[in-house]
Structure formats: C-alpha cells, structure tokens
Design a protein around this ligand. Sequence first.
Ligand code: C2E
Ligand code: MG
Ligand code: MG
Ligand code: MG
Length: 281
Amino acid sequence: MAKDIGRRSFQFYTSTLESRSTRMLMQEQLLRRAVEQGELELHYQPQIATADGTLTGLEALVRWRHPQRGLVYPNEFIGLAEDLGMISEVGRWVLREACRQVKVWQDAGFPVVPVAINLSAQEFLQRDVARDVAEALWETGLEARYLHIELTESTLMQSGGQMSDTLHALKALGVSLAIDDFGTGYSSLAYLRRHPIDKLKIDRSFVTDVPRDADATAIVNAIVQMSHSLHLQIVAEGVETQEQLDLLRSLHCTTAQGYLISRPLPADQTQAWMSQHLHKS
Ligand code: C2E
Ligand code: MG
Ligand code: MG
Ligand code: MG
C-alpha cells in the first residue's frame, strides 16, 4: 500500500518534471522561430516636449506577433527569454531593427529624433553590449547620438563590476544612457555620480497620481529639480491626462511620454503619426 502510493507519487513527480522540460523545450523552439522567422516586431511610442508638443524621441518596445496567440507583450516573454538564455538573440534583433527603422525615417525626411531601446540586466551579463551596439550603428549607418539605451536602477545594481566599463564604452561611442522607471529601485543615488547617466525617466507610478496626490507631486517635483541640478535630461512616463501634462509642464519637466500623446504604435502607424504631427506644428 505504502509502496503503491510511493510509486504513484514518484510517477507523478517524473511526469511533472518531463512535462516541464518538454514545455521549456517547446517554448525555446517557439521563441527561436519567432526571432528567426520575423515574428518579433517593434512598436514605437513618441515622446514630446511639454512646452510645445514637438516630437523629441521614440521608444522602441518589442512585441511578439504569435501565429496563434496574436500580439504578445514583453512582460510575457522577456522573462522567458532570459530563463531560456535567449535574451541576447531578442536584444540583438531589437537593437538592429530600431537603428535600421529610425535611420530609414531620418533619410525619408521625418523628424530626426533619437530612438530608445530597453536592455535588461541579463543582456549586460550575457553579451558584450557595447560591441553589439557599435556593430549595429556601423551596419545601419545610424549616428550614435540618435541611439538611447534605457536600463533600470536594479540593472545597474545587479550587473556588478564590468557594468561601469560597459557604460563608459557606450558613452565613448556617443550613445546616451537613461535610467528607466526612476524612483522605484532599491538603490542609493550614488550611482548617478559613478555612472555616465544622461537622462532620468520618472516612473509611471508617480506620474499616475499627480496632481491629486500631494506626495507623488512632491516626489515628481524633487526628481525634476534634481535632474536639472545634475544636468540630466528628464522624461515623465505614463502620462495619460491633460491635467498631468499641464502639471509636468509647470514643474519644468521638459519631456513627456504616455497614452495621452500616443500609445506605442506599429512602424507604419508611427510614420503616419509623425506625418500628421508635422503638419499640425
Ligand atoms: P518600460 O520600458 O518602462 O516601457 C513602458 C511601458 O509602459 C510599455 O509597456 C508602454 O506600452 C507602457 N506605457 C506607456 N505609456 C503608458 C501610459 O500612459 N499608461 C500605461 N498604463 N502604460 C503606458 P510594454 O510595451 O508592455 O513594455 C513593458 C516593459 O517591457 C518595458 O517597460 C520594458 O521594461 C520591457 N521591454 C519592452 N521592450 C523591450 C525590449 O526590447 N527589450 C527588453 N529587454 N525589455 C523590453
Ligand atoms: Mg523603457
Ligand atoms: Mg519605464
Ligand atoms: Mg519597466
């Protein structure tokens, strides 16, 4: 009896293990196919000057156009790509495609603005990011100053000693560095002195609560003031209402990004948005 139960639970255990590794294998094949067969795509979200609404930049955000599941968002597969050791394949594609697309738009007479890409901690650990960036710029012909790299405070903390070298190598190429989701990480501000950071992106969680919440407003104000004193550029993320945009402008937060301005759009719609935007201003 006891033996039976033991055997049964063991079988259960192995089959769980098997199905888990089978599932991982399937997902790995799916993700590999996604990269190799062009199922990844970039959507672009505009950033504007709060003073006059001019376009100041685009953030490239990756999506997976899954044949069965439709559009899959990064929160559902970036972590998976990291677990499978495939984040570098995804990241290299994103880097190349963003540089290529923005160079095409620049050459076609659209506003000459930088594109920002997001890099996760794993990418800094797994690959020579500076070398990949140098190659992508060389191959696409995009000038380095039109590429911005967004990384989070926790990425700066996790990635250890070579991080500083990598960031300085990127700066030497002429690329700009931005701290994404600023204000949410468990880190000291000391890294702002240690690392060659150019820009802070105020996390959406603070922006969402302004102007109604006095504390959120005070925090946004403090971050903006600090960015000016440190000669850093500043962007507010997740701006959804006119009220928020007005408050940000009055606090001298120079740049804004969020659904109020535009959702992230596929390349063709981004191009249409830029055309319309040009005619308006
Ligand atoms: P993030 O870099 O902080 O990007 C901002 C996220 O907020 C995007 O979600 C964007 O669609 C969303 N967002 C923008 N404006 C608003 C707004 O007004 N309201 C609300 N509610 N949301 C807004 P998305 O595209 O799903 O990306 C989620 C995260 O996935 C990104 O956060 C970034 O950390 C990561 N990610 C995206 N693309 C890549 C990539 O190519 N590589 C890596 N490693 N990570 C990426
Ligand atoms: Mg970002
Ligand atoms: Mg963010
Ligand atoms: Mg984020």
